[in-house]
Design a protein around this ligand. Structure first.
Ligand code: DAH
Length: 345
């Protein structure tokens, strides 16, 4: 093998060892670059005679072409390898099952809460939110339930550090909302003017140490409060009856106000409803506690019970959801089972 043949063979071998385009271009420079071996040979022609130039030049050019075509075919090979790699890595398996996008939906209790809010808003009620971690004062004392009151035993709950607790009902929102209202109108109050009445509901989560088919340690309540110059039990009956008929979308429904006791109302009543048709027909079902706001509670709000009077109620949105949809176990609401939840959307 002469010198040129050896050079061509060496270039071919080197190109063949390159496994990526960058290496290949570096290898190319060794032969065809500015200071490559072929370039050097071509430069050296300058010293030769015209005859020799012709002969040697032709040979060098042939070697150069061979190297260029070896380079080109290696380039093509490498780019095919890359393409095949890409095709393999991006391949679609058309036999896989399709990806379905499920539509999300609202939880049945959320659906109930929005219904409750919409209905009460339509009757002129504001909707308020409050903290789930409450102080003892808002949850009990301000609601006329001092530390030694027996009613506290029905409200066993979870305490956090510092003596605060997970609220056992939404009733503390009566106090919070009324105190804000009083604060807002304190100038008017001081100068002896009447301040606007309070008409609010406060839905939210509540907590008790309780767990069975109809009790969950976390459950929902919705508080209602209407305080004004002359708001009476009659107004409570009208408002609550109207609410139930709209909520359950039926006129075939009776309400019963059954005397009861709550420390923060006097008199107090449990509200029961009875459907005259459907699967629950004829049964009395308890849906809320209620009563005329106790004078001491009105005082604790910062108002004079001689001038401000009204009613409050606390109902169970979980219970209302069970009645509306015919669900018999409260725990289904909190299990997160899609088969159950899908049915509401
Ligand atoms: N907070 C009471 C409970 O959880 C329910 C209740 C009763 C709320 C009477 C009221 C009310 O506002 O007037 O058992």
């Amino acid at each position: 093998m002469n010198e040129l043949e050896t050079l061509v063979a060496k270039a071919k071998q080197q190109f063949g060892e390159c496994t990526n385009p960058a290496d290949l271009e570096n290898a190319k420079a060794l032969y065809l670059g500015k200071s490559g071996e072929i370039t050097a040979l071509l430069k050296s022609l300058a010293q030769l005679s015209v005859e020799e130039k012709k002969a040697k030049g032709a040979l060098i050019n042939q070697a150069k072409q061979e190297i260029e075509s070896a380079l080109q075919s290696r380039r093509e090979h490498l780019s095919n390898v890359e393409l095949n790699r890409q095709l393999a890595s991006e391949a679609l398996d058309v036999t896989l099952p399709g990806r379905v996008r499920h539509r999300g939906g609202l939880h049945p209790v959320s659906l109930t809460l929005s219904r409750i809010e919409a209905i009460f808003r339509s009757m002129g009620f504001d909707v308020a939110q409050g903290p789930e971690i409450e102080t003892d004062w808002f949850n009990f004392t301000a609601l006329n339930t001092p530390a030694d009151h027996p009613a506290r035993s029905m409200h066993d709950t979870f305490y956090v550090e510092g003596g605060n607790l997970l609220r056992t009902h939404t009733s503390p929102m009566q106090i919070r909302y009324a105190m804000d209202h009083v604060q807002h109108h304190q100038d008017a109050l001081k100068s002896g003017q009447r301040i606007p009445e309070i008409r609010v509901i406060a839905p939210g989560r509540t907590y008790r140490v309780d767990s069975d088919a109809t009790h969950s340690p976390m459950f929902h309540q919705c508080e209602g409060l209407w305080l004004g110059e002359n708001i009476s039990f009659k107004d409570l009956k009208v408002v609550f009856t109207e609410f139930c008929k709209t909520f359950f979308e039926t006129e075939d429904l009776k309400l019963r106000f059954r005397p009861s006791f709550f420390p923060f109302t006097e008199p107090s009543a449990e509200i029961d409803i009875q459907f005259s048709s459907g699967p629950l027909a004829g049964r009395w079902l308890e849906v809320a506690g209620s009563g005329q706001v106790h004078p001491q509670v009105v005082k604790n709000m910062g108002l004079d019970p001689e001038n401000y009077i009204g009613f409050a109620f606390g109902m169970g949105p979980d219970r209302l959801t069970m009645l509306r949809y015919g669900v018999n176990d409260l725990r289904l609401f909190f299990d997160g089972d899609m088969r159950f939840l899908h049915q509401f959307n």
